[in-house]
Write a protein that binds this ligand. Structure first.
Ligand SMILES: [Zn+2]
Ligand SMILES: [Zn+2]
Length: 609
């Protein structure tokens, strides 16, 4: 198994480090996605050159075909052995294991490999593994011989506090990747290279999509004109698609009294994740961390009968959550963001079909954005641990069944994960992959049976009695912030015409073509093109620069169409169209270019070349 091989590589790295730095003290070294790491205390700060040396030593040890020899010992003997070796962190782990069991070790170190999992009580025996001269506290398993470890590469060094606590010493975390074959490693490195080129933080600045100002505050992105165009196109899309599915649009304020969050259950538990309150007339008001409670109030604004159901309320709603500053990352992780939110209020009988419709909506969007690789991740509650959520096993089971049926009927791929449901109902995360294969969770669907009780959400049935309402939370396009960050990476900034902030730029070859250029501009500007702004987004580059320079500028801005006008174009009343890809078409009538843009905008799909 890949994970076993990667974990075995962590031992190999530790063995190499111990060879080169006998004073090294080892923390933990679990496998991670693509590879492994090990936290190590060293008398020197490692440089990239040192990593190369360690990697070389690893290769030498690997080729010796060292084994992973298992030694079972009473825990007190293990403590003695590690004490003699001066491995103080291992001694600490062993004591933790002895007193509080492996659950505590996992919780504090994030390493599941130290000892057999899920023992809340102290351990009496442990296993040690010996690879060459290196002895580690580990439960295994490993490969049989270091020769079975495929190709690996040490990537980088970062600081990491021991047991994740800032009060503890900082260790050096050495990251490596490991794969079965050279080609896989190569593909991975290529992906990393691409991801760097497509980094939304860099491209987002270069393309004028967003900026972050320290004066405004961390995690509060400012959308620049180009980014705002993309937002508005996404909102137009959402409005059109939601209209087809019977949603009604609403608009609600971004703050609310504390009372609403006591009703929803966000207070007092989630206070730390919210912005501190503002006091007005002796009442605390919070910036909203989600839109649901506001929407529930809209639902409650009038009596509802079975004939009104389902009620689908949609809003692109701005919310604020307090994230640690270390966790912030451009648009991907912000403190203020605007969600493609909606809540569907329905009867239990309607829940499955409504859930299914939401899945189809996701699929329509993915098709439109050429997101080919996606699946639903279904978080089922672990019914044995229900008190962790709320003690309503029948409700949980019924809601889970609804989701399960909808998933099966949808035919879309899904996976299940036990014990990770949200606290007010089972949920599905939609996992999508960008064009370079990076996976993101952009949106979540929830089936909520608790809101009805907490907010007294009911409808009058045919029997004239009040019945509880089921609430579906959904946000297929996530937040503008996360979704646009994803799209920047996915398209490498080269947005399809319908999303491109500037769709066409006119480049006159010299001043004597300016009149004609203005004429063309007017024609395109005034043409009927159904963008969010009510017309094509066209620019005229009349700067006193060479044509080549203007083309390079337009290419850097990733504008889909460069319209070059010179003598022959003026003469024939046409354009030379240069596509972003480099393809050139001569003698294109202006009307034909407008048609092309219109078709691409309407269908939200680029035509071929
Ligand atoms: Zn191990
Ligand atoms: Zn919600």
């Amino acid at each position: 198994m890949l994970e076993t091989m990667r974990h075995s590589a962590a031992h190999l790295m530790a063995a190499a480090v111990q060879d080169l730095y006998p004073e090294a003290k080892f923390g933990v070294g679990p496998p991670i996605e693509y590879g492994f790491y090990y936290d190590i205390e060293l008398p020197v700060t490692l440089t990239p050159e040192d990593l190369k040396k360690i990697e070389k030593r690893m290769l030498q040890l690997k080729n010796k075909g060292l084994g992973y020899e298992r030694i079972e010992v009473p825990i007190d003997e293990a403590i003695k052995i590690m004490q003699e070796k001066g491995q103080t962190y291992k001694v600490e782990l062993l004591n933790l294991l002895k007193e509080r069991g492996s659950t505590a070790v996992l919780k504090e170190t994030g390493d599941a490999n130290v000892a057999d999992s899920d023992e809340a009580e102290g351990a009496s025996h442990v296993s040690l593994y010996k690879t060459g001269e290196f002895l580690d506290l580990c439960r295994g398993p490993h490969v049989e011989s270091t020769k079975e470890i495929g190709v690996f590469k040490l990537m980088r060094i970062a600081g990491a506090y021991w047991r994740g606590n800032e009060k503890n010493p900082q260790l050096q975390r050495l990251y490596g990747v490991a794969f079965e074959t050279k080609d896989e490693l190569k593909a991975h490195l290529h992906m990393l290279e691409e991801a760097k080129k497509r980094d939304h933080r860099r491209l987002g600045q270069e393309l004028g999509i967003f900026t972050i100002s320290e004066e405004v505050g961390r995690g509060l992105p400012l959308w620049l004109p180009n980014g705002t165009v993309i937002r508005e196109e996404l909102e137009k899309l959402a409005k059109e698609e939601e209209r087809k599915d019977g949603y009604l649009r609403i608009s609600t304020p971004e703050i609310t009294k504390d009372k609403l969050y006591y009703m929803s259950g966000h207070l007092p538990y989630y206070r730390d994740d919210m912005y501190a309150p503002i006091e007005i007339e002796g009442v605390e008001y919070f910036l909203r961390p989600m839109n649901c409670p506001h929407h529930h109030q809209v639902y409650l604004s009038q009596p509802r009968s079975y004939r009104d159901m389902p009620v689908r309320l949609a809003e692109y709603g701005q919310v604020y959550r307090f994230e640690q500053s270390g966790a912030l990352s451009g648009l991907m992780r912000a403190r203020g963001f605007c969600q493609n939110d909606a809540h569907i209020y329905c009867t239990f009988e309607q829940a499955k079909d409504e859930f299914l419709k939401v899945m189809h909506l996701h699929a329509r969007y993915y098709d439109m954005f050429n997101i080919e690789d996606y699946y639903m991740l279904f978080a089922k509650p672990d019914l044995h641990k229900l008190d962790k959520y709320v003690d309503e096993p029948e409700q949980w089971a019924a809601a889970s069944k609804v989701i399960q049926q909808a998933m099966d009927e949808s035919g879309y791929p899904y996976e299940e994960a036990e014990g990770e449901a949200a606290f007010y109902g089972p949920k599905i995360d939609f996992m999508i992959k960008s064009a370079i294969g990076t996976e993101y969770a952009i949106s979540t669907n929830q089936l909520d049976f608790l809101a009805s009780e907490r907010f007294n959400l009911t409808y009058k049935g045919q029997d004239d009695k009040e019945h509880p309402v089921y609430v579906i939370h959904r946000a297929p396009l996530g937040s503008h912030e996360r979704f646009v960050a994803f799209l920047i990476e996915h398209y490498a900034g080269a947005f399809p015409t319908w999303l491109a902030p500037v769709q066409a730029i006119i480049i006159p070859i010299s001043d004597r073509h300016l009149d004609y250029a203005h004429q063309v501009y007017k024609q395109i500007f005034e043409a009927e093109v159904p963008t969010a702004l009510g017309g094509a987004r066209v620019e005229l580059d009349d700067a006193r620069e060479s044509m080549q320079k203007k083309i390079r500028n337009a290419q850097r801005r990733k504008i889909p169409y460069m319209l070059i006008v010179g003598d022959s174009e003026v003469e024939s009343d046409t354009l030379s169209v240069r596509y972003r890809s480099g393809v050139e078409k001569r003698e294109v009538p202006v009307a034909a270019l407008i048609d092309r843009i219109r078709t691409e905008v309407k269908s939200r799909r680029d035509l071929g070349e």
